[in-house]
Ligand binder design. Structure first.
Ligand SMILES: Nc1nc2c(c(=O)[nH]1)N[C@H]1C(S)=C(S)[C@@H](COP(=O)(O)O)O[C@H]1N2
Ligand SMILES: [Mo]
Length: 255
């Protein structure tokens, strides 16, 4: 079982904060050399180009004020999974619900809701856009997915994160997936609260993904398992998600 203590040093190391100071030392001495400066300028141009490509995907989705929230956050797709194990868990107020993190990680883990609630949280008020032509603004609170992936030690062979849900569509469990840019995006959270209340069953209780730069169908509800994989080929029918498999929806549904 994973060591759940959020040891400060481990967190900082995991977040890559510990070593950044090193980058600044020695610059002044080297700046005097013409050769070095032109190398630096070229490198800067390269970095700027790739930086822009990355920054676009990392840009934050717009966040709203509390008074801009929709009076009712509409529910769509499955609104109460017709699955005995889920119904039993709901009757028990999800007291024994477990979120598994496994696949290409050093330390697979399973977290109960209390453990997730005790971790660092992020709250954001965002607009959800469904392809069926409706939107709603809601306030979501949850654990950054990046934190869970770092706690489990994501392998450098991992390329995608798959979300496995408790409900079924056409005989198969609902699932979705994102790449690592979205997995580590600061607004990508495993949400357990909507508008300051525990997540309602209709909206994905007890846990659902928020991936704010993408359309509604990517926001997997009723989360049971988060799996790191190198390829999506052997997951579901191989297109990265339930609606991608069943209806040819785009896997990357950026907004
Ligand atoms: N497990 C699961 N996740 C799901 C769905 C679903 O049917 N099952 N529907 C998707 C679609 S199409 C949308 S628009 C949103 C709806 O989220 P909401 O019910 O909170 O509005 O959940 C998405 N995630
Ligand atoms: Mo949707």
């Amino acid at each position: 079982m994973t060591d759940l203590v959020l040891n400060r040093r481990r967190l900082l190391t995991g977040l890559g904060i510990g070593t950044s100071g090193l980058l600044l030392s020695g610059c002044d001495a080297l700046n005097g050399s013409e050769g070095f400066r032109s190398v630096l300028t070229g490198a800067e141009r390269l970095t700027y180009g790739s930086q822009r490509a990355i920054t676009d995907r990392n840009a934050l989705a717009r966040e709203f004020r509390p008074n801009e929230r929709s009076p009712i956050f509409r529910a769509n797709g499955t609104q109460n999974p017709d699955v005995p194990a889920y119904q039993a868990a709901a009757a028990d107020n999800f007291a024994n619900w477990q979120l598994v993190v496994d696949g290409l990680v050093a330390q697979p883990a399973a977290y109960g809701l209390n453990q997730l609630r005790a971790m660092p949280q992020r709250t954001q008020i965002t607009r959800h856009d469904c392809v069926e032509g409706w939107s709603a603004i809601g306030q979501w609170t949850g654990v950054p997915l990046s934190l869970l992936l770092r706690l489990s030690g994501l392998s450098d062979r991992a390329r995608f994160i798959v979300f496995h849900c408790a409900d079924f569509y056409s005989g198969a469990p609902y699932y979705e997936s994102v790449d690592l840019v979205d997995a580590f995006h600061p607004q990508t959270i495993i949400a357990h609260r909507l508008n300051d209340e525990p997540l309602p069953v209709a909206n994905g209780a007890p846990l659902r993904l928020r991936v704010e730069r993408q359309l509604g169908y990517k926001h997997a509800k009723y989360l049971q398992r988060i799996e790191a994989v190198a390829s999506l080929d052997s997951v579901g029918q191989g297109n990265g998600g339930t609606w991608e498999d069943l209806a040819g929806y785009a896997w990357y549904a950026g907004i």
